[in-house]
Write a protein that binds this ligand. Structure first.
Ligand SMILES: O=P(O)(O)OC[C@H]1O[C@](O)(CO)[C@@H](O)[C@@H]1O
Length: 528
């Protein structure tokens, strides 16, 4: 297409949200009118599905749950007055709590104010708060936030070491919808022990954000933690940033949570429109469908050209991949759906993998995110009449052009600045795009059955560890791996037994491995 036709196509397909000052440009996705026509019936259905979902249909049929994250930003559309009331009360609860922490009404036993937050959670109970903190936490936030989002002992040590001088004034948020996620529970137990080792009472520092009646809620009640915020049954982990999960940490950091909710509501209003061209989420879903033939054949590379949006791609990775990556569709057919998402930020990534994007395997499409405001305040020239921000713009559009010229498609989202309203709007834009796309490909976007298999297998490995340790202790003499497997009644798990022993041995735990490490079958194991 020549430059003039592209300019026309740009204008034909440009979406602009006046209130938010947000632009969406899908002109560099090479679909034609026939494709758009062919998608219209699917979109008509997707808009209907979304309407039903917002009205309280059981849109997550496997788990028998409603899907209500849209109600959080507009309680007036909650399906019952009780739910509306609950949402409003929770919001006031969050704001009052943050205010009490800020003014010292809620304070640690040994100091007048909390200074730090330690947030323990994983997946949807971490990614949103991490993204929002990086994007929006003010320079001198009333509390500085830190995260434990893994069951990595060295990672926990590094974090605890970093905040040890502030532990006495640290407020701990334990965030888990299920209240049973082992990674989160492990982090919590290690943090509890760190408090005890400094003669600090953990309960006086702890807040739970969790589902009703969960093990975590019960523990918090029994131990009389500072406070408990609910996670609703009808809000999924990956769409929970605008529930207590994201709002409690954000409010504590002094981030304008009403602004985030307002931006999300404005975007929800725009993406509710049953009009393909006038609905930015539908335009995204259309583009994703086109890129990957509705089968996720191309990966989504997300490149925000702004450091503060670095974690947006990681946030979207869970939102998109956990929602769309499904083996079965809603009719039970095997479909192996999904869209792979990766990316960090521009222009940084141009010096990492953009070489391959420009010239290598054409198995992706790009999403550029441009922020119009360079910085607050004046930018000095780095060359006559040219600033660092001009360079960033040049690199973004240079890359867009270079990849397009080589048959690689891209979407561009342009926002005026990174502020709470816009961040809320971006979250809402992608929530809806994922919901619509899921409807186009007929999958349940709101469950995650695949994650359970890994969790179950992990728990079997831990049981196996307990079993073999019992055998080793009872035996009192060296055993070959074969003998151990047989005695533990796990003849088919010999490789796993070897790996458990290797790990225990490397950490100086209860076992000693003798023999040739290069030949696992030659090893024998005894109690240390
Ligand atoms: O909030 P929870 O229940 O601890 O779950 C954390 C994450 O784990 C998952 O269930 C996947 O294992 C995600 O869907 C969720 O966001």
């Amino acid at each position: 297409m020549d430059a003039r036709s592209l300019w026309k196509r740009y204008q034909d397909w440009l979406y602009y949200h006046e209130g938010l000052g947000l632009y969406l440009d899908i002109s560099r996705m090479r679909f034609d009118d026939a494709f758009v026509e062919s998608m219209k019936p699917k979109f008509a259905q997707a808009f209907e599905d979304m309407k039903a979902l917002e009205n309280g249909a059981v849109a997550n049929p496997d788990e028998g749950r409603m899907v209500g994250h849209y109600w959080l930003r507009n309680p007036d559309i909650a399906p019952t007055p009780e739910l509306k009331q609950e949402i409003l009360e929770n919001l006031s609860h969050i704001e009052e709590f943050a205010q009490k922490v800020h003014n010292g009404t809620v304070h640690p036993p040994s100091a007048s104010k909390f200074t730090d937050i330690l947030s323990i959670g994983i997946g949807g109970s971490a990614l949103g708060p991490q993204f929002v903190s990086t994007a929006l936490a003010p320079e001198s936030a009333p509390l500085e936030i830190h995260f434990i989002d893994n069951t990595d002992p060295a990672g926990i040590d590094a974090l605890l070491n970093h905040i040890k001088d502030h532990l006495a004034t640290t407020l701990v948020l334990v965030i888990s919808k299920s209240g049973t996620t082992p990674d989160t529970r492990n982090g919590m137990i290690e943090v509890q022990k760190a408090f005890e080792s400094m003669n600090l009472k953990f309960a006086d520092h702890a807040v739970a954000i969790t589902g009703h009646d969960s093990a975590l809620e019960k523990q918090a009640q029994k131990e009389n933690w500072i406070d408990i915020f609910p996670m609703h049954d009808w809000v999924g982990g990956r769409t929970s940033e605008l529930s207590g999960v994201g709002l409690v940490p954000a409010a504590l950091q002094g981030i304008d949570i009403r602004g985030m909710l307002a931006g999300a509501k404005e975007m929800d209003d725009a993406t509710r429109q049953p009009d393909l061209k006038g609905n930015p989420a539908a335009l995204l879903a259309l583009s994703w469908y086109f890129a990957g033939n509705g089968r996720g054949e191309k990966d989504m590379v997300v490149l925000p050209y702004k450091d503060s949006l670095l974690l947006f791609s990681r946030y979207l990775q869970q939102l998109v991949m956990e929602s769309l990556g499904k083996e079965k569709d809603l009719a039970g057919n095997t479909v192996y759906q999904g869209i792979a998402v990766y990316g960090n930020k521009g222009s940084t990534d141009q010096h990492a993998y953009v070489q391959q994007l420009r010239e290598g395997v054409p198995n992706f499409f790009l999403t550029f995110i441009e922020v119009l405001e360079d910085r607050q305040g004046h930018s000095p020239d780095v060359e006559p009449g040219i600033t660092t921000g001009d360079y960033l713009l040049g690199f973004l559009y240079g890359t867009r052009e270079a990849v397009y010229d080589n048959q690689r498609d891209s979407i561009s989202v342009t926002i005026p600045q990174v502020n709470p309203r816009i961040v809320g709007a971006l979250i809402a834009l992608y929530d809806r795009a994922v919901g619509l796309y899921a409807s186009l490909i007929n999958v349940n976007a709101y469950h995650q059955p695949g994650v359970e298999a890994g969790k179950k297998a992990a728990s079997e490995i831990l049981n196996l560890q307990t079993r073999i340790m019992e055998v080793i202790a009872a035996e009192g003499k060296p055993l070959s791996l074969e003998e151990l497997a047989e005695k533990a009644d796990a003849g088919d798990r010999i490789e796993m037994i070897y790996k458990i022993l290797r790990h225990l041995h490397a950490n100086g735990r209860q076992v000693t491995l003798s023999g040739n490490l290069a030949q696992p079958a030659s090893l024998s194991v005894s109690a240390r």
